[in-house]
Design a protein around this ligand. Structure first.
Ligand code: PLP
Length: 478
């Protein structure tokens, strides 16, 4: 494709995306495609001869779109909504256009330095402590996901503890600590790093708040030390995936400090809410105790997937764990020590120019625009929760601090399992209708529905309409 052909087709693609965003509300939110349907509509073998780009767009409409679940739909309330936005899409397009591979500073200085600037900007906007900034002892880096962020944080923690313990006379058994509400990526990181599932301790949660119980954490750590293990890593969550519960970071941090254990704070969804000063309380204890902190701009900060942010209080263990310098990457800038090489802050070598989309987003919306987005999500969630609470046929699970409201319908059916089946059927019926998309979880053994508000296109009229539909379908099932 020549640049002129690119110009012509590129304009059409941008128009196509703009039309899609205008019309997305007309699509069923969840794709009705059955397993294998998209695949069977595609040729079994790659084409021998090239085709015009019009053919690609035609197949997008005919084959791909019916297999799309529309994350940009205003009635997308499942999981945590994706946060695409115009400036993020354009920033991503610029990144693709430049085709930069930013593995080390020398492979594209702006790719590294723009990233440093935006992660430092964001650290300041979120009120994170100064030592998380690049001009402090630590720094931030953009990862593809919170899963990668916790993996590299664990690698750094293991590196730090190995340096501390030196070469042990016999194999060391490392242990790490999560709660039953911690995201599964943390346990997976433990498996990947060789800590092993058996050494991932599950700390109890408070049955009411679903937050990690620090007293049990202390007991487990002490018991492991007494048994000869080396506790290495605790993950506290601010905004758990199921219900957005908040672990007591300060109390957990004090325990980590007293045993010299790395504290990672997973604020994948909720952390960006701290851009609003009135939400900064969620980070209580982070400044004093967190060794690393992760939050995803792609979950709630108007930035397309993928854009996971990780900050560390001290960059040395991270770089120590991950740096490698083969001859073919040697260069004078790296050797001068004056530059950052972010490939030492992540698992893969290669890296996309992700900072461009985040930079575009921050510049387009400004901090006040981003705050307005977060506040709108919280306000809509509050209003939704008030509507649900006012209905005697439903129950809201409190508290809800962010854009997620967990709730459940109440049934005359007294058998909990059968009542849960009805709840699931209610949800499937709503999701099958294409009108809206909710997801579910289990809390204290019971099925609850998750209404996650925060897709950029969602307004209160959508939330009210969704509530009417939920009530109407419940009454059909009752
Ligand atoms: N941590 C929490 C608390 C999450 O809610 C999620 C995803 O929802 C993750 C981690 C994983 O995020 P990612 O998909 O960026 O790996």
């Amino acid at each position: 494709m020549t640049p002129e052909e690119f110009r012509e087709h590129g304009k059409r693609v941008v128009d196509w995306i703009a039309d899609y965003l205008v019309d997305v509300e007309k699509c069923p939110v969840r794709s009705p495609a059955r397993p294998g349907e998209v695949r069977s509509a595609l040729p079994a073998h790659a084409p021998e001869r090239g085709a015009d780009f019009d053919a690609v767009l035609a197949d997008m409409e005919r084959i791909v779109l019916p297999g799309i679940t529309h994350w940009q739909h205003p009635n997308f309330f499942a999981y945590f909504p994706a946060n695409a936005s115009g400036p993020a899409i354009l920033g991503d397009l610029l990144s693709a256009g430049l085709g930069v591979q930013g593995m080390v500073w020398a492979t594209s200085p702006a790719c590294t330095e723009l990233e440093t600037v935006v992660v430092d900007w964001l650290a300041e906007l979120l009120g994170l402590p100064g030592h998380f900034r690049t001009d402090g002892a630590g720094g931030g880096v953009i990862q593809d996901s919170a899963s990668s962020a916790v993996l590299v944080a664990l690698l750094a923690a293991l590196h730090r503890v190995r340096k501390r313990t030196g070469s042990a006379p016999r194999p060391v058994r490392y242990t790490m600590y999560v709660s039953g509400q911690t995201h599964s990526s943390v346990e997976r990181a433990g498996r990947i790093c060789g800590v092993g599932t058996d050494n991932v301790r599950i700390v109890d949660v408070d049955p009411n708040t679903l937050a990690m119980d620090p007293r049990q954490l202390e007991r487990l750590i002490s018991a492991d030390i007494a048994a000869g293990a080396v506790p290495v890593f605790v993950c506290a969550t601010i905004g758990t995936t199921s219900t957005t519960a908040i672990d007591p970071v300060r109390a957990i941090g004090e325990i980590c400090r007293s045993h010299d254990v790395w504290l990672h704070v997973d604020a994948a969804y909720a952390g960006v809410a701290a851009i609003c000063p009135e939400m900064r309380w969620i980070n209580d204890g982070v400044a004093e105790y967190a060794d690393s902190y992760a939050s995803n701009a792609h979950k709630w900060l108007l930035t397309n997937f993928d854009c996971g942010l990780l900050w560390v209080a001290d960059r040395q263990p991270l770089i120590g764990a991950l740096s490698a310098l083969p001859e073919y990457l040697r260069n004078t800038a790296s050797e001068s020590g004056e530059v950052i090489d972010y490939r030492d802050w992540q698992v893969p070598l290669g890296r996309r120019f992700r900072a461009l989309k985040l930079w575009s987003v921050i510049r387009w919306y400004g901090a006040e625009g981003l705050r307005a987005h977060i506040r709108a999500g919280i306000a809509m969630a509050d209003e939704f929760a008030a509507l649900v609470s006012a209905d005697p046929n439903f129950e809201v699970l409190d508290p809800h601090h962010f854009g997620l409201v967990c709730f459940r319908p109440l049934w005359t059916e007294t058998d909990p399992e059968r009542a849960d089946e009805l709840t699931m059927r209610l949800m499937e019926s709503l999701n099958d209708s294409g009108d809206m998309f909710l997801s579910h979880t289990k809390v204290r053994g019971r099925v609850v529905l998750r209404m996650a508000i925060g897709a950029p296109a969602t307004g209160m009229s959508h939330v009210r309409a969704a509530w009417s539909r939920i009530r109407a379908v419940r009454s059909q099932f009752a």
